[in-house]
Write a protein that binds this ligand. Sequence first.
Ligand code: FMN
Length: 177
Amino acid sequence: MSFDDRRFRDALGAFPTGVAIVSGVTPDGERLGMTVSSFNSVSVAPPLVLFSVARRANSFTAWTELPRYAINILSAQQEELSNRFARPRSDKWADLMVLDGEAGVPILPNALATFECEPYARYDGGDHEIFVGRVIALRTTPHKQDLPLIFFGGRYRRLDTGFHDIPPRDASIFEGW
Ligand SMILES: Cc1cc2nc3c(=O)[nH]c(=O)nc-3n(C[C@H](O)[C@H](O)[C@H](O)COP(=O)(O)O)c2cc1C
């Protein structure tokens, strides 16, 4: 190969993503949570979303055994929360305000959107595994002006001045998408 891991990772950083925390509770009652940038939409009917989990994550096996989990999309105000859930083995949930989702999954207040899911499929993704969830409940922020936390170039970014709409030259490409 003509590139090393560092160059590969740097090139991947050219694709901006949001930041999410996946949350869940094991059958033993232990809460799990993990920061991910690998969230994406998959299907509208049935409603499917995905994220990927590193096989080396401490909680990897526990994620594969959850009966339900939730994906919480973080706002620009939730950088601290993102860091907290990106640290291995710490007590990520200590002193944290948590809500009970409609489907019984612990979810994070003030997320831009939360998708509670049942596991739908898992696929090999090399040193990660791809989790596809079927959305069974969702919640969105009532604060329409809230902005997302963004991950780009290996760092968090904020849209400090808000979105700048680009008037579409050909609006038909967004129709029904
Ligand atoms: C912005 C950001 C995005 C991340 N995205 C992912 C991801 O998509 N998949 C993943 O497995 N780890 C991702 N991580 C790393 C995990 O959050 C981190 O390894 C976490 O500590 C794993 O938890 P655990 O080891 O306690 O299971 C990300 C970290 C950050 C800061």
